[in-house]
Design a binder for this molecule. Structure first.
Ligand SMILES: [Zn+2]
Length: 335
């Protein structure tokens, strides 16, 4: 088994916050490379340079992790778009591309599995076996191509999350397991999110937490409870949207006209600081996030990123920087 990075996830966590960046599917949909609806990452095979470019943008913006774009790249989803025959090349190429770009900046490479829609809590044994087979297949290829750890994410059911964790443990891979937390308090199989994280920690997860679904305001209170409940790393990757209720799935316009609810880079930078202050160890962003958010978050956490060379000249901004009138030309020109 190859671990691409010289510094492991555990080493980095011991040194401070690890910065993540996701939302590849949403961003590549906006750029015209993934179809909204099925959201299958066909871009991996159809336009690999578009994927390379987005990885590179997140890397330049300060992400410590290149997440292989194998979200929804499992057998069921590929069948939906008639491409299940390309399952293996698609999964392998996604991990290979993540490795290629991670090497440009000594980033970690994360394999990625997620909720499958195959899991049925009313029939956990039969449906669980289907889920397990999909994870073993995906992660088998990921391990051969080289990953440092796995992000098993956006779970709605603790039962399915435990299967993901178990497959990673059997492969000897550190794993971050996260819930989507669509509902106010409980997973769809009836566990409080805090209790579900505690169980995953007890079962050997490296990091537990939340990603997707919630924006900063609705994610932070739950994060504080999770932080208090577990001894291991805690992850937070909210969507950059102003979720007044629990989750962005309930916002008008979900999922392809969410722009009116978008958080600014400054709001996401503020989230990063607040998450760090309550003791969150892995801070990132999910669907809707762009490289400008990631850079602002990384800078809020004290990083100087490759893209920081072009960070805003705030001192020249007419309002934010209180600049003199004659210095505003650049900002006006950029309007
Ligand atoms: Zn997401």
């Amino acid at each position: 088994m190859t671990r691409p990075s010289r510094r492991s996830l555990e080493q980095r966590l011991a040194e401070g916050v690890v910065i993540g960046a996701e939302g590849y599917v949403f961003e590549l949909e906006r750029r015209g490379y993934i179809k909204a609806g099925p959201y299958v990452p066909e871009v991996i095979l159809d336009a690999p340079d578009a994927l390379r470019q987005l990885h590179r943008e997140f890397l330049r913006a300060g992400s410590d992790v290149m997440v292989a774009l194998t979200y929804y790249a499992h057998r069921d989803k590929l069948r939906d778009v008639g491409r299940d025959g390309e399952l293996e090349p698609l999964n392998r190429q996604a991990v290979r591309i993540a490795n290629e770009i991670a090497a440009e900046g000594d980033a970690l490479v994360a394999g990625n599995i997620c909720n499958t829609w195959s899991y049925d809590p009313a029939d956990p044994h039969v449906s669980g076996a289907v889920v397990r087979a999909q994870y073993e297949e995906q992660l088998g290829w990921a391990v051969e191509e080289g990953v440092d750890f796995v992000i098993a994410e956006t779970y709605d059911h603790l039962g399915e999350a435990l299967i993901g964790l178990d497959v990673c443990k059997q492969l000897g891979l550190p794993v971050m397991v996260t819930f989507a937390s669509v509902q106010p308090e409980r997973t769809y199989d009836g566990y409080g999110y805090v209790e579900a994280c505690r169980i995953l920690a007890h079962e050997g997860a490296t990091i537990v937490g939340l990603n997707c679904s919630r924006g900063p305001e609705t994610m932070l209170p739950l994060l504080e409870e999770i932080r208090a409940a577990v001894e291991i790393g805690v992850a937070a990757q909210p969507v950059p949207y102003r979720t007044s209720t629990t989750a962005f799935e309930s916002l008008a316009g979900f999922p392809i006209q969410l722009e009116p609810h978008q958080c600014t880079r400054f709001e996401m930078a503020d989230f990063a600081r607040r998450a760090r202050d309550i003791g969150v160890d892995y801070i990132g962003i999910c669907c809707g996030g762009g490289p400008h958010h990631v850079r602002a978050m990384a800078e809020a956490l004290g990083r100087d990123t490759p893209a920081s060379r072009y960070s805003p000249a705030i001192e020249l901004h007419p309002v934010l920087g209180g600049a003199e009138h004659e210095l505003m030309g650049g900002w006006r020109a950029g309007e």
